[in-house]
Design a protein around this ligand. Structure first.
Ligand code: SF4
Length: 342
């Protein structure tokens, strides 16, 4: 897709939505997937100062290993197949710190899928220990890391990053951590946080980079567009968040642009709200994300969709949008199809 195509797509949203929906149907059929998972945010202490962050240093908590174990037990009891673990950047956190979290999870369950640590956290551990990113990833994988969230991507353009997250890893560093993970057999998601000081050109550039990586590694499981949440953060004082219409258009353009390399486009109900997430199932999205037994980060930034959606609520949302709910694991293997009522 060229810049001229992008302008056409924005000018003719109806045609864009129609094409995205057709490609979604061709790729995923009528199933809409979701994962039963729990978020564990192990600390809000962070040495960075991203302008969009509403989470950092609010309570200055660090979970103990016992608390982590208890949360994993609750997740297992609820039937979660995944724990998603991320946190702030503690000043001296090295590989051992992150490994100790993996060990606490594995004390409780050998089976639960551990989806953990952003590229920023991996780089932070490598810097603190003075070792290569590859060494950190190898060690984490050995200790039970199954996949990684492709967060900390925001917009992969250093001019934007210098404004919204000057201390965060640069575009090149994000790409290096992600491609190193893929080459070691650690799949990741891909994300984009948009709707602040970025333009459509920046978003297209971002998608282009993700597409290049996917062509080379095939390591992305899905793409998750994340609209910026403007409450309780400094960026919200001067950046205008996206409209719901724009959120739908981002999903549609991502579906078209990443087709057929990235098969799954996720509607984040936490950020978009449940109703808009339902609508996006007709503009290119095929995945509803997770149950998220705990979601501290978006809540601090003003998300109003609650912090948990039960399996019943998710399946009901998908069914009432005329689609077939299917529980998946983190790697998109289908575990259960809900052909009628939940
Ligand atoms: S977004 Fe993450 S890295 Fe940035 S300040 Fe917040 S907790 Fe720290």
């Amino acid at each position: 897709m060229l810049e001229t195509d992008l302008k056409e797509m924005i000018k003719n949203p109806y045609r864009t939505f129609e094409l995205a929906n057709r490609l979604r149907e061709e790729t995923n059929g009528d199933k809409v997937t979701f994962v039963v998972n729990r978020n564990i945010n192990f600390s809000d202490v962070c040495i960075n100062s991203c302008l969009f962050c509403s989470y950092r240093n609010r309570e200055r908590f660090v979970l103990s290993h016992d608390e982590i174990r208890r949360k994993v037990e609750e997740a297992v009891d609820y039937g979660c197949t995944e724990v998603c673990i991320q946190g702030g950047l503690l000043p001296n956190a090295g590989v051992d710190f992150y490994v100790s979290i993996l060990k606490a999870v594995r004390d409780v369950s050998r089976e639960i899928h551990i989806h953990a640590f952003s590229p920023m956290e991996v780089l932070h551990a490598a810097r603190n220990d003075g070792v290569d990113v590859e060494d950190v990833l190898r060690e984490l994988k050995r200790e039970g890391l199954d996949s990684m969230p492709g967060t900390a991507a925001e917009i992969l353009d250093d001019r934007i990053r210098d404004v919204i997250c000057p201390d965060k890893l640069k575009t090149r560093e994000w790409v290096d951590v992600i491609t190193a993970a893929h080459s070691l057999g650690i799949p990741t998601t891909a994300t984009m946080m948009y709707g602040h000081v970025d333009t459509w050109e920046h978003r297209l550039q971002h998608l282009k980079l993700l597409k290049q990586i996917q062509e080379e590694t095939g390591g992305f499981t899905e793409f998750i567009p994340l609209p910026f949440m403007n409450r309780n953060n400094r960026l919200g004082e001067f950046a205008m968040p996206s409209s719901g219409f724009e959120d739908l258009l981002v999903i549609a353009i991502a579906r078209i642009y990443l087709y057929p390399l990235v098969e799954n486009i996720q509607a984040s109900w936490v950020k978009m709200g449940k109703k808009l997430a339902q609508a996006s199932l007709y503009t290119g999205a095929n995945d509803f994300g997770g149950t998220l037994l705990e979601e501290n980060i978006s809540k601090s930034a003003g998300a109003t969709s609650g912090e948990f959606m039960s399996v019943e609520e998710i399946t009901e949302s998908i069914l009432s949008a005329g689609r077939i709910p299917a529980q998946r694991d983190t790697l998109y293997r289908i575990l259960r199809v809900y052909e009628g009522k939940s």
